[in-house]
Design a protein around this ligand. Structure first.
Ligand code: FMN
Length: 325
């Protein structure tokens, strides 16, 4: 394997969690612009579809040079040959590392024996991982849950994956059965770290920079997902706190809206205005929670059809937010 960047990355490591339907290239680029040290990961893509060169899937893993250092494609599947072929395709595209999805709880993915279903048989999964690691020159990492039904075999599973040659392990502190219910249990993640020598990254329920700092403990880094949709500045704030500074304040509302203008520009460039607006609707529904009269604007923003309409709603939001002169 060529030089493995995971060994030399500055700690604590910050990663934008992969989120299907949200962490597409335009959003990832903006997150990277706000905090250059964040590692980026594609949405989960099927190894089998990549192997077949499926056009939609190839489009899903597209990235721009600004995303490099470091950008991963996340693969799901359960067939060794598909993983190897997909891994080689990804490597040839210049992606920095491959992440294997062992966390997805969605019935469709689990039902086909993919995603977190692979946690049910860690030994077979470790063999699959090992073959992929041996077939590519870029690092391979795993993102997993605590377990499928429970967390009983977690430490052994993590050790098995480390022996299979992964370069880092990210753990979402919930089981598959929990889906998103309850609280993520980070104590199990700290325990895993005690037994592994590769970097271990914690994930689950980080909602602010201060919480990221509290949760970090003995880990090498943290991965943040949903909170980044409400507050894309969370990575900058977290880096501030990790470096001993107070977290920089969230920008003023007008600047926050500029983030969406930029998002709209990049998404339009990436595909087209229609796609960009549909894409932004999802992001708005998360973001708008923090805005005064959220319900009214949410209703409008999740239906936007055009850039013009977006600008009109932004003006309304600003009129509501700013005190009258
Ligand atoms: C809408 C959505 C889509 C997700 N898609 C993926 C995915 O493609 N791959 C993956 O490993 N995890 C996926 N996840 C899980 C997140 O990466 C993360 O593990 C989870 O949201 C917990 O972290 P958080 O509390 O910081 O959001 C998704 C989560 C959400 C909410």
């Amino acid at each position: 394997m060529s030089q493995n960047f995971w060994n030399t990355l500055d700690r604590p490591i910050l990663i934008l969690a992969p989120m299907a339907g949200y962490t597409e290239s335009p959003f990832r680029r903006l997150i990277r612009e706000i905090e250059p040290s964040v590692l980026l990961v594609s949405e989960l893509v099927s190894a089998e579809a990549l192997r077949r060169g499926n056009e939609k899937t190839m489009r899903m893993i597209e990235f721009v040079p600004e995303e490099k250092n470091y950008y991963a494609v996340q693969l799901f599947g359960n067939e060794v040959s598909a993983f190897i072929e997909a891994g080689k395709i990804v490597q040839d595209l210049g992606v920095d590392y491959i992440d294997i999805n062992l966390g997805c709880p969605s019935p469709k993915v689990v039902g086909s024996g993919h995603g977190s279903a692979l946690l049910k048989d860690p030994c077979t999964t470790a063999k699959l991982i090992e073959k992929l690691v041996q077939s590519v020159d870029i690092p391979v990492t795993v993102k997993m849950r605590l377990g499928f039904y429970d967390d009983e075999g977690l430490i052994d599973t993590a050790k098995t994956f480390e022996s299979a040659g992964i370069s880092a392990l990210a753990i979402h502190g919930r089981t598959t059965k929990q889906k998103f219910a309850g609280q993520a249990d980070w104590t199990k993640i700290y325990e895993v770290k005690e037994h592994l020598s590769i970097p271990v990254i914690g994930n689950g329920d980080i909602t602010s920079a201060r919480i990221a700092q509290q949760k970090l403990q003995n880990l090498d880094g943290v991965m943040i997902g949903r909170a980044a949709m409400r507050n894309p500045w969370i990575f900058k704030q977290t880096r501030d706190v990790f470096e001993g500074r107070d977290p920089s304040p969230k920008p003023a509302l007008s600047e926050q809206l500029d983030f969406f203008r930029q998002h709209a520009d990049l998404a339009t460039e990436f595909k087209n205005e229609r796609w960009a607006m549909i894409e932004l609707r999802k992001h708005f529904s998360h973001f708008v929670r923090g805005v005064r009269n959220a319900a009214v604007f949410r209703d409008k923003l999740i239906r936007i059809e055009s850039r013009e309409e977006m600008e009109q709603i932004f003006e309304e939001i600003l009129r509501h937010e700013l005190p009258p002169k």
